[in-house]
Write a protein that binds this ligand. Sequence first.
Ligand code: FES
Length: 119
Amino acid sequence: MRRETERQRERLETCVLVCTNDRDSEYACCADVGAEETVEAVKSWLRERGAFWSPIGVTTTGCLGLCSEDGAAIAIQPRDEWYADVTPEDVPELLEQEFGPDAESIDRRAVDASEHSSH
Ligand code: FES
């Protein structure tokens, strides 16, 4: 076991968790409502702005407790923001709201600080 808190804090400000849970039952699940496409839309949006993986991570996850027939669930941590019914078409608006049109509102201080500390 290794504790990697410092390293991740330097690299990441935020993690976008997208539920891709699949379940074989009568209840709605994110996998059935385009969650994989939603994940790809999130990654593309961030990639186009040079913000994918550092400083914004994207992770698929199990059920977030916001299951619906109208779209996938997304949590943005550690901001404690939660969204339900997210479709791939909603992704640009959602991320723009969170991070600004060019992901400029993301806190890159942690990344800057690690660059300074290496000098
Ligand atoms: S299956 Fe995605 S929130 Fe429950």
